[in-house]
Design a protein around this ligand. Structure first.
Ligand code: GDP
Ligand code: IMO
Ligand code: MG
Length: 409
């Protein structure tokens, strides 16, 4: 760990290299101890980041997974869309475990509020599409639509009386989507949030981040979603509505791009996707079912079964190009322990189909291993093949869901 920490600069980002759920939360929680500020930059409660500490599972949707570490500053960035009841629930759940986040929580005034009507619109839009995207129905797309249309309501307006504005809005929405907005319920959520969150909303996020850096505070950015779900660089239109890249994370926090010193790309040792869209290495038969079962591949946000398939190195290379990864965290290696043969994508055939390479599996348990040397030879070969293809070090290897189940090289 010491050697890795020496390589990581004062601003480090953790970014998903596939279609999300790679295990970003776990590595954030692991590294958070060594940083002063833990920040989410973009996205909303479509994210579900699970960590397991002392056998206890914690799921985060809006707060970064690093929030468990007492005393660290926690930031919610300007690129985020925040569903207030979800945030209050997360804060309350943490409090139940003895962790008080108020006082060290900093929320950007420019983050947008996700209202219940955004969730209602999300559902209507999904149902109107001839082929659904398979969104999380958390109102993400509609909240970013409002942001882009400059009709959104931001955290800076938390203390305002919004009844007249919401009443006017509800009339428009009835016409456009045939939905009925429960204005009293929306106002009640705002009121509940105001009482708890008002002190957390800062004046200017870029200035706050600048002050952290001036005071030599180390900043860890926990990415949400992943590059193949990025609005610009992902598998459009089957993407989310935010910028999920390292650049997007900096933008979302108001940090200058030159500040990013290191970027850890998180990739599963295989691959999963929730929702619709291309997935060239997908296995829809017995292989996929086995991976889903062993990997517990059900969405942390929606409980949906995740589609499963093999690692696609072409995608990891693309992700490295876009994000400038300095390190890879390969997660869930242990899920492959019972595979007789491991397959992985190494490029595309002329017709666009994926070129698969195959190596024999190791058929022994790697669960909980913490040293590379203890890994079976075939597993070492797999990791070395990944490094050779992607040309950056696989510095962390996940061998189980627990905080300690990891190899740090
Ligand atoms: P995130 O959205 O990228 O933070 O990932 P999720 O939390 O949605 O999904 C990752 C799941 O895999 C969680 O249930 C984690 O507890 C689990 N997990 C993370 N790393 C490992 C690992 O190395 N091995 C195993 N078996 N599970 C892991
Ligand atoms: P974390 O941070 C996996 C997917 C949805 C859908 C598409 C659009 O846990 O990795 P949206 O609700 O954002 O409009 O849905 O994006 N999606 C995710 N898939 N992990 C996530 O977050 C996701 N966030 C969104 O399943 O296909
Ligand atoms: Mg997730």
């Amino acid at each position: 760990m010491k050697s890795l920490l020496q390589q990581l600069g004062p601003v480090t980002a953790i970014i998903g290299a596939q279609w999300g759920d790679e295990g970003k939360g776990k590595v954030t929680d692991l590294l958070a101890e060594h940083f002063d500020v833990i920040a989410r930059a973009c996205g909303g409660a479509n994210a579900g980041h699970t960590i397991v500490v002392n056998g206890k599972k914690h799921v985060f949707h809006l707060l970064p997974a690093g929030s468990l570490h007492a005393g660290k500053a926690v930031v919610l960035g300007s690129g985020m869309v925040i569903h207030l009841p979800t945030l209050l629930e997360e804060i309350a759940t943490l409090k139940e475990t003895g962790i008080d986040i108020i006082g060290r929580l900093f929320i950007s005034p420019a983050a947008h509020i996700v209202f219940e009507f955004h969730k209602q619109i999300d559902t209507v839009m999904e149902e109107r599409r001839s082929k659904g995207i398979g969104t999380t129905r958390r109102g993400i797309g509609p909240a970013y639509m409002d942001k882009a249309a400059r009709t959104g309501i931001r955290m800076e307006r938390l203390t305002e009386d919004l009844r007249a504005e919401l009443t006017a809005r509800s009339k428009e929405l009835k016409k456009m989507y045939d939905i009925t907005v429960d204005i009293d319920a929306e106002l009640k959520s705002l009121k509940d949030a105001r009482e708890i969150l008002r002190p957390a909303v800062v004046k200017s996020l870029p200035i706050l981040m600048h002050d952290f850096l001036e005071r030599k505070q180390r900043i860890l950015i926990e990415g949400a979603q992943a590059i193949l779900l990025d609005i610009d660089h992902g598998t459009y239109p089957y993407v989310t509505s935010s910028s999920t890249s390292a650049a997007g994370a900096l933008q979302g926090l108001g940090l200058p791009p030159s500040m990013l010193h290191s970027c850890i790309g998180v990739a599963k040792a295989y691959c999963t996707r929730v929702g619709a869209g291309e997935f060239p290495t997908e296995e829809i038969g017995a292989h996929g079912d086995r991976l889903r079962k062993r990997g517990g591949e059900y969405g942390a946000t929606t409980g949906r079964p995740r589609r499963c398939g093999w690692l696609d190195l072409e995608d990891i290379r693309f992700s490295t190009v876009v994000n400038g990864f300095t390190h890879i965290n390969l997660t869930k290696l242990d899920v492959l322990d019972e595979e007789a043969e491991i397959r992985f994508g190494v490029g595309r055939e002329a017709d666009g189909s994926v070129k698969l390479e195959r190596i024999p599996g190791w058929k022994t348990s790697t669960a909980g291993l913490t040293s590379f040397e203890k890994l079976p030879k075939q597993a070492q070969t797999y990791i070395e093949r990944i490094e050779e293809f992607v040309k950056i070090p696989v510095a962390l290897i996940g061998t189980g869901p627990g905080r300690e189940d990891i190899i740090v090289r």
